[in-house]
Design a binder for this molecule. Structure first.
Ligand SMILES: [Zn+2]
Length: 264
């Protein structure tokens, strides 16, 4: 099948290395030709970059997830600064705030986020942002950088008003399989408040598998199910949704129309 859509967020570092070729093969068969793989911490930073080097359909992001914010010491900062220079690294991520689990204290999360936003700015890279039960602080930080920041609020799940602010600040809203969940009315309402040019589609694999695969391990091939549901909510054809959101991904992450090279 030809290249229809890119999965803008999949943690393929959490898959067994020898599974990745088959995962990518199934994605290709479903029309998913490219995958953005964000790192989450010191443990998978190199692995994300290596995946980008090993597979033509993968590019990666380098960042420390808020869960691991406390680990961002000088050594890890230096490691991150080196990693963002590597081939195939197209963003700083996944970074952000998560007050649901509070795996790192709030102050550490805020410090790590600000430092990594500065890193993205100096490296001229977009950011991939995580936000959970932390919208107040996130809004304040993004507002302070409005117009000077680009990237995506991934698997965004706030109100339509918050989503409009995200766009106003210069970012995109990433929509995950949550849009297909029975209890996803709030996500669907938010999606309907946005325009196609503001949206990215993602799996967040291995998490958040869309209906009817809910509860199973998610993988990039399933991004098609999420895209179909979004198309339905916006009352546009799937092809149009796929075309525009893929264009958004290409522009945001600086991927030319020829990426990935082996696309049919
Ligand atoms: Zn993620």
């Amino acid at each position: 099948m030809s290249c229809q859509i890119i999965d803008s967020h999949a943690h393929l570092t959490m898959f067994e290395p020898d599974e990745v070729p088959d995962v990518l093969k199934r994605a290709r068969a479903a029309g998913v030709c490219g995958v953005i793989v964000p790192a989450t911490g010191a443990d998978d930073l190199d692995r994300a970059a290596e995946l980008a080097g090993a597979y033509p359909d993968i590019v990666a992001a380098a960042g420390i997830h808020p869960h691991e914010a406390s680990s961002l010491d000088d050594g890890l900062k230096a490691h991150l600064e080196q990693t963002v220079e590597r081939d195939g690294i197209v963003a700083v991520g996944e970074i952000g705030l998560d007050y649901h689990y509070m795996s790192s204290p709030r102050e550490d999360q805020l410090r790590a986020l600000e430092w990594q936003l500065d890193l993205a700015a100096s490296a001229d890279l977009p950011v991939i942002l995580h936000n959970r039960e932390s919208w107040g602080d996130m809004e304040r930080i993004l507002r302070s950088r409005a117009g000077r920041i680009r990237g995506v609020c991934h698997s965004f799940a706030e109100t339509p008003e918050a989503a409009r602010l995200v766009i106003e600040f210069g970012l995109k809203a990433g929509i995950s399989g949550m849009v297909t969940f029975n209890k996803g009315d709030n996500i669907r309402e938010m999606v309907r408040a946005l325009e196609l040019k503001d949206l990215l589609v993602e799996t967040d694999s291995p998490y958040l598998a869309p209906v009817p695969n809910r509860g199973k391990r998610n993988e990039p091939a399933y991004v098609v199910l999420t895209a179909q549901r979004i198309a339905g909510e916006l009352d546009v054809a799937f092809e149009e949704l796929a075309r525009q959101t893929t264009k958004n991904v290409r522009e945001l992450f600086g991927l030319g129309p020829g990426w990935p090279e082996t696309a049919a």
